[in-house]
Write a protein of this length. Structure first.
Length: 73
């Protein structure tokens, strides 16, 4: 864990350790997520499609989906 300081212009510098771990370059976009009292900084994915692919796998069983589809008829 590394500490960062908020400047008078409300800016922070991403610590070198984090920049090197994510292989960030100047000008790259980052995602900032606020979760309650926490802020999460993520590297922006090159493709959002690839980043979320498979997230829903296993959420719904095949039986559940078939039952739902039958209810639409």
């Amino acid at each position: 864990m590394t500490e960062a300081t908020l400047s008078a212009k409300n800016q922070i510098v991403i610590p070198r350790e984090a920049r090197e771990a994510l292989k960030l370059k100047p000008g790259e976009k980052l995602l900032v997520v606020v979760r309650g009292d926490r802020v999460i900084v993520l590297q922006r994915p090159k493709s959002y499609h690839d980043a979320i692919r498979g997230l829903g796998r296993g959420v719904f069983s095949r039986d559940y989906l078939q039952k739902e589809r039958r209810s639409w008829e």
